[in-house]
Every structure is written in structure tokens, then in C-alpha cells.
Design a protein around this ligand. Sequence first.
Ligand SMILES: CC(=O)SCCNC(=O)CCNC(=O)[C@H](O)C(C)(C)COP(=O)(O)OP(=O)(O)OC[C@H]1O[C@@H](n2cnc3c(N)ncnc32)[C@H](O)[C@@H]1OP(=O)(O)O
Length: 187
Amino acid sequence: MSQIALPEFRPVSYSRVTLTELMIPSYANFGGKIHGGILLSLMDKVAYAAASKHAGNYCVTVSVDGVNFLQPVEVGELVSLLASVNYVGRTSLLVGIKVIAEDVRSGSVKHTNTSYFTMVAKDDTGRPTTVPGLSLETPEDSRRFLEAIKRREFRERNKAEFDNALSALAVHQEMYLLQQERCQIVY
Ligand SMILES: CC(=O)SCCNC(=O)CCNC(=O)[C@H](O)C(C)(C)COP(=O)(O)OP(=O)(O)OC[C@H]1O[C@@H](n2cnc3c(N)ncnc32)[C@H](O)[C@@H]1OP(=O)(O)O
């Protein structure tokens, strides 16, 4: 398929997306609150929309950071997911998503969580492909881009440290740690 040439840069505002959906009863769990999986699926959808629009290509989700459901979402609330591309690498993009839930009758709004989805753009053959750079239009855009660099550095450092800790884990020597935990050994 012939491909339209992509610009070298695209502004943050070009791919900013908001997805709004009313929380219907079939989205609820047995406790009457909205399933986390429903919200995750909506987050993935809005991340995909923002990333693909910026990239000018379809994207895939590679990793998800910072998913903490701080407050329950109720049936009947209007949930809005505000997504924007915060950072781009060569083929990857970091999409920041803010989730808010509004009680349509009282008008009260709560911020339920902010998460970060790393997406990678793919070409027609399924290979990662270069995305346009990001034009930062406001100081807030610059702050988010810098924050994303820190987030990535922190994650890579943490991962290396965690991998080292796992490879150094000596189960027999560290069994004593289980004594402080809420578990019992029954084998
Ligand atoms: C399993 C599922 O169906 S999940 C839902 C849908 N998601 C998918 O299908 C994704 C499946 N995964 C893939 O296709 C591949 O692992 C890919 C394309 C994401 C990465 O493939 P790779 O061969 O590792 O590609 P490559 O090394 O070139 O990395 C591509 C980019 O992804 C980034 N990347 C790779 N792994 C990660 C990760 N775990 N976290 C963050 N970024 C990552 C790289 O840093 C690189 O970014 P850059 O080009 O901006 O520097």
C-alpha cells in the first residue's frame, strides 16, 4: 500500500483525544462498582487512538505504567479519558491518560487515575516504524516530555536492579523472611 509521507514533527494538540462513555449496569462487578477491566479496555482504546493519530500508522500496546484505581467508579457515572502523547522515541510513544468520572446529576467530578501507556507504531509489514517528533506547544508539554524521560530512566534502572535481585535470590537462605509474612509452609 502506498504511504503518505509523514511530517517530521506533529504538535501535541494534533493527537489529543478524549473518550467519554456512560457506565452502564453491565459494566459492574458483583459489588456494584465498575470492573477495572472495563476501564483498562477504555484506556487501551484511547491510548491507541492518540498514538495512531500521532504516528500516522497503527500502533500496538507494549507496556502500561501507573495503573492504580484510587476511587471506585459507579454505574451511571460519565467517565472521560483524556489522552495525549507525552513523549516519542524512534518508534515508541508514551501516552498519558487521565481518567475522570462525573456524577451527571450533581455535576461532581472525581479524578480516578492517571496512567501511562507505551505504544509502538508498526508499518504495513508489522515492523516497528519511525514516528514523527513531537512539537511541544506549552511549558506543560515540555514538563510532560521531561517527566517521561525520567520515568523511562527510572523504569530501566529499577528493572536492572530487580533482575539482579532475582538472579541473586537464594531461596534456602532467605526463607526466614517468610516468618514475618502472612503465610504458612505446609509442605
Ligand atoms: C500480547 C498482546 O497481544 S498485547 C496487545 C497488543 N500488543 C502487541 O501485540 C505488542 C506485541 N509486541 C511486539 O510486537 C514487540 O514486542 C514490539 C514491537 C513492541 C517491540 O519489538 P522489538 O523487536 O523489541 O522492537 P524494538 O527493539 O525495535 O523496539 C521498538 C520500540 O519499543 C520499545 N520497547 C520495547 N520493549 C519495551 C518495553 N517493555 N517497554 C517500553 N518500551 C519498549 C523500544 O524501546 C523501542 O522504542 P524506540 O524505537 O522509540 O527506541
